[in-house]
Design a protein. Structure first.
Length: 117
């Protein structure tokens, strides 16, 4: 599966940004889609995931501020980021985890988000 992320850039504290990820080359419904992020000097961490049925999971640091959604017809997943904080600054990676055999995980190229205070 190929993943192409877009969006991101520079945001202000308290503001909003939206990330999108388009998947191609696969049956989209067989994947749990997600976003992870990695700040400089830090480990990659979960931001949010969404199943093909719409069940979502969020990292503690973004719960209540970020919303993940997917469009199974357009093979896309979105991350709406509201109430941004400077600590949201990171490279954000789109992730696709196949749920049927063969199970595997694919990563997008990453898109940078910088939040100024």
């Amino acid at each position: 599966v190929q993943l192409q992320a877009s969006g991101g850039g520079l945001g202000q504290a308290g503001g909003s940004l939206r990330l999108s990820c388009a998947a191609s080359g696969t049956t989209f419904s067989n994947f749990i889609m997600g976003w992870y992020r990695q700040a400089p000097g830090e480990q990659r961490e979960l931001v949010a995931t969404v199943t093909s049925g719409g069940t979502t999971k969020y990292g503690d640091s973004v719960e209540g501020r970020f919303t993940i959604s997917r469009d199974n017809r357009k093979n896309t997943v979105h991350l709406q980021m509201n109430s941004l904080l400077p600590e949201d600054t990171a490279v954000y990676f789109c992730n696709a985890r196949r749920t049927i055999t063969p199970v595997f995980t694919s990563w997008g190229q990453g898109t940078e988000v910088t939040v100024s205070s």
